[in-house]
Design a protein around this ligand. Structure first.
Ligand SMILES: Cc1ncc(COP(=O)(O)O)c(C=O)c1O
Length: 411
């Protein structure tokens, strides 16, 4: 009998369908076809000027060596200062762990917390890696179907109903990918209470922190600063915690609000006692996050860069308003206005559902030049009925995309 070439765990890890679609788009573009890109979850803006400058300076100054596995002390301090200034919460810099993107952070947490066979509750639909990384650690992702009436989020009641003998905790993302939904403060408080009563831990993916918009389809009020919108929301789950040992792990990143996807820098805020084992894991997994990326990330938190991020947040909000209104007019279901991130998770018009979202996305790209992601990338709950549109294109391109989607719908 021949030996397996690759470990069986690899079989359980699915490919990003969105990447296949992107390749398809690239092939069309190589033939001269214009494609509006609404498939990939990354801002269309390049990193803000002060970030680019800091990256260049770091290279010129030769800041190219390993850093501490936990990150540059100056960056850990700056992240703590960011929480104090923008979210009114005191976080000790020692609890901040700089990571190789939020993805690197989740790998560390999976290694730290999950025994083989442990269960982890997460929302379906949800970001696929948040399922696959725990799976890789031998854990059992326990998807919980969420719909618009539960704000597309896993709340206390759903968690209580789904909690099994093997469940150890909950991983939630707020704002979420692909739905852009936010867990309001009372719901988050209740979920935290439920998880703690069961002696579990709560992992909160706050990677879209800051990319938040009004509930109504209107622009962000002029005087609102970073992250500020409706009063019933928290800027971070950390605002609800009283002690530094609460079993809550926050994942965050410079990728989205700060527009730094390719620099691969994220961070976590973890209970005090978790820092030392996480340092050991990070040392062994990847030694340290990119030093140049960390120097650039420091500049992302500066006032001039924050002003640029805020301008971009306003642009995202205006795009959202246009896209949601346009899709609704075309017969797509958007029962809840997405309040954050840069996605609209839209239900296909009824008569297109039988063919399914994958077939629709293939036809949309091949025949109409719009790339979007089928719901099947995000789970199985009603995934064939949904398409995720990323509003990572400017207003004129979104107008164009809507006209093309209209043609696809009526074809
Ligand atoms: C919900 C969510 N979490 C985590 C990530 C990973 O981000 P990064 O590794 O770039 O920080 C993404 C990226 O799209 C995401 O959507």
């Amino acid at each position: 009998m021949s030996r397996r070439r690759f470990a069986t765990r690899v079989d359980a890890i699915g490919a990003f369908q969105v990447m296949e679609l992107m390749d398809r788009a690239r092939r069309l573009e190589a033939r001269g076809v214009d494609v509006v890109h609404m498939e990939v979850g990354e801002p269309d803006f390049i990193s803000a000027g002060p970030i680019l400058e800091a990256g260049r300076t770091a290279i010129t100054a030769g800041q190219t060596g390993y850093t501490s596995a936990l990150g540059l002390p100056a960056l850990r301090q700056a992240i703590a200062a960011y929480y104090a200034r923008w979210h009114g919460v005191a976080v000790a810099p020692e609890r901040v762990v700089v990571t190789a993107g939020a993805s690197g952070g989740l790998m560390l947490l999976a290694a730290l917390l999950l025994e083989p066979g442990d269960g982890l509750l997460l929302a379906d639909p949800g970001y696929p890696c948040n399922r696959y990384i725990p799976l890789f650690a031998g854990a059992v992702p326990e998807p919980v179907a969420v719909d618009a009436d539960a704000a597309y989020q896993l709340d206390a009641a759903l968690a209580a109903a789904a909690w099994s003998a093997r469940t150890r905790g909950v991983l939630l993302a707020s704002p979420a990918n692909p739905t852009g939904s936010i867990l309001a403060r009372p719901a988050l408080e209740a979920l935290l209470g439920e998880v703690r009563a069961r002696d579990g831990w709560l992992l909160v993916d706050e990677i879209y922190q800051g990319l938040v918009y009004p509930t109504a389809l209107e622009s962000i009020p002029e005087h609102f600063q970073h992250g500020q919108v409706e009063a019933d929301r928290v800027g971070t789950v950390l605002q609800l915690l009283e002690d530094a040992e609460a079993p809550v792990y926050v994942l965050n990143s410079f990728s989205k609000y700060f527009g730094m996807t390719g620099w691969r820098i994220g961070w976590m805020v973890v209970p005090e006692g978790a820092v030392e084992p996480l340092e050991r894991l990070a040392q062994n997994f990847y030694i340290a996050p990119s030093s140049i990326g960390q120097h650039a990330a420091l500049a992302a938190l500066s006032d001039p860069a924050m002003a640029i991020h805020e301008t971009r947040r306003r642009a995202f909000c205006d795009r959202r308003n246009l896209l949601v209104a346009g899709l609704r007019k075309l017969g797509f279901g958007v029962p809840r206005v997405p309040e954050g991130a840069f996605y609209v998770y839209a239900e296909l018009p009824e008569r297109l559902r039988a063919a399914g979202s994958r077939a629709f996305c293939e036809r949309l790209i091949d025949e109409h030049g719009v790339a979007a992601t089928p719901g099947t990338d995000f789970g199985s709950h009603r995934a064939g009925d949904h398409v995720r549109f990323a509003y990572t294109a400017d207003l004129p391109r979104i107008e164009l995309a809507l006209a093309r989607i209209a043609a696809a719908v009526s074809a």
